[in-house]
Design a protein around this ligand. Sequence first.
Ligand code: MN
Ligand code: MN
Length: 293
Amino acid sequence: MEQEKIIQAGKIATQVKEYAKSFIKKDMLLLEIAKKIESKIEKLGGKSAFPTNLSINEIAAHYTPTFDDETKAHGLLKIDLGVHIDGWVADTAFSVDLENSEKNKKLIYAAEAALKNAIDLIQKEKTTLGEIGKTIQETIEAEGFSPILNLSGHSMEQYDLHAGITIPNINTQNQTELTDGLYAIEPFSTTGSGKVQDGRPSGIYQIIDDKNTRSPIAREILSYITEEHGSLPFCERWLIKKFGTKAKIALHQLESQGILHQYPQLIEISKEKVAQAENTILITKDKKIVTSE
Ligand code: MN
Ligand code: MN
């Protein structure tokens, strides 16, 4: 049953998050962190719903290590991980301070407090998307920081990470009521002006138009992606592990043919630090369960 799969994915995500908190240290390779997280997900019986995002400082989201990445963990690191069971996703994130900075710790606290207040509001009463955004914005601003206005939470469906409903991180005055469904709530706090812009290509891709391609390598790799990830995001690193560096050529071909979309890294426009907290909540007519904590 789908509800059991949603709960199970959440349980695995919770365990992996605790595991990640226990081993992440300054100067560890991001590549090693991602591999440990992703293999733990499999060991616990889940699958990665998307490549582990390990975004440092002003990179708000969409940094996943390349296959030969030499970046070491430092600064304010955001760990955003996803687990799925048959396409039912738990999406969760936390941030760590790796430079003993009071400011980082306060920024992280602001994102976590905003997440908690948003979830408390959802659990307490019927609420609107605008009210959730207002709570997030007020909590972060009360700590002296800004929410990121163009990043938001989202509804999820089977094999669909961003299923159409947006949960704002600011007061948009949106009167739409939050109804039954599966949602990720994800406040971002920053010492900057509170907006992200596109950065360099991330190596994170998703199928957007599953049409024919003439190139034999591209065809082979596309059929593997369809089988293995469906419409969920995946990364170059995973494909290089499976196919070697010819995967790079195939990805390039598939992207230029409009079959794949490659996500850009998302960078805070004033190049200031960003913290994130995220949990997944399941709302049914008789209960509201945070699946990932
Ligand atoms: Mn996430
Ligand atoms: Mn999310």
